[in-house]
Write a new protein. Sequence first.
Length: 326
Amino acid sequence: MKVLVAYFSQTGNTKFMAEKIAEGVSQVAECDLMDIRDVDVRQIRTYDLIGVGGPAIGAEADIVKRFVYSIPLVGGQMAFLFNTHGSLPRRYFPEAIRRMKDREFNVIGWMGFYASVGIQCFPSPYYTDGHPDDQDIADAIQFGKDMVDRAERVANGAVELIPEVPPLEPPKPYSLPHTAKGNEDAVGIHGDRHYDPSKCLYPKCHICMDNCPEGFIDHSKGEFGSHGTICKTNECCLCEQLCPTGAIYIPDDEIQFGLNFLKEHHDFFEATLAQEEAEGKFRRLVPVDQVGWDTPQIMRRDNGELPKVKPLRINKPNKTFKPSEK
Ligand SMILES: Cc1cc2nc3c(=O)[nH]c(=O)nc-3n(C[C@H](O)[C@H](O)[C@H](O)COP(=O)(O)O)c2cc1C
């Protein structure tokens, strides 16, 4: 059996777990492991099974959605999904499985993994820090092996092994300001990215251009952002996290807004994780009273140095993924 494990990873967690899943797959099958931006979607049919993974950003990151939409219809090819997340991934699989089914994939399994969260305004330490731990790693290796085993059995007719597609999630009990209908101009909970050309080192530095998952930055053409001169898309914040001079920044009032919003809703995170812990699905490595609400991650750099707070494992600069023609 020939398997492709394809992933997108912004801060390195999903890449790490994709490697572990691929390790498990490789014990029982032939396996290619690739960043989705390096996958030629026309080659996907040459695999017996593909795995697609990414971080939970609500559901999948936009770049993962675009990758899936760009795959030519596959006529029942088998696939599995995985993600890493920071405790609220509930929309991910219900939506991602349906998107894969739209491309005619037969989705035979999925698995989510707790992981740390590196983003503005979130408390540091955060509830899920310390994950993925050794148990998560062992689970990922086993998951890779299990998916191959299941794919072989399904191919031999054991369709009853395919789990039922989970129902779509009802909306969260609170409404995020930026997602409220008709409220596109509102600031996101992690703030919006602004750009100050006077601080930018381009063309000497182009780390933001090389890493923008959406391809929204091209300083050679004076282009920055999803909405005119600011960026709201996906709230990925990656450019702001990487910029060594503070040329890409989230204004203080927007950071404070995000912080207040999250603090106000901390009981929601706690209730969710307490339930997962009670059900044996979450191993708590940071005691709840040590979660750093008073020491939030404020990742601001203006000293010309690369990030120190939670260093990102930066994706290699490679071509920005381009959706194929329909
Ligand atoms: C912009 C952004 C939004 C996120 N939104 C969610 C979310 O809705 N639910 C969740 O459980 N985790 C969320 N997270 C946490 C990530 O899913 C988690 O840190 C993941 O492991 C990151 O994977 P990566 O390191 O491969 O990029 C978010 C992280 C970022 C950067």
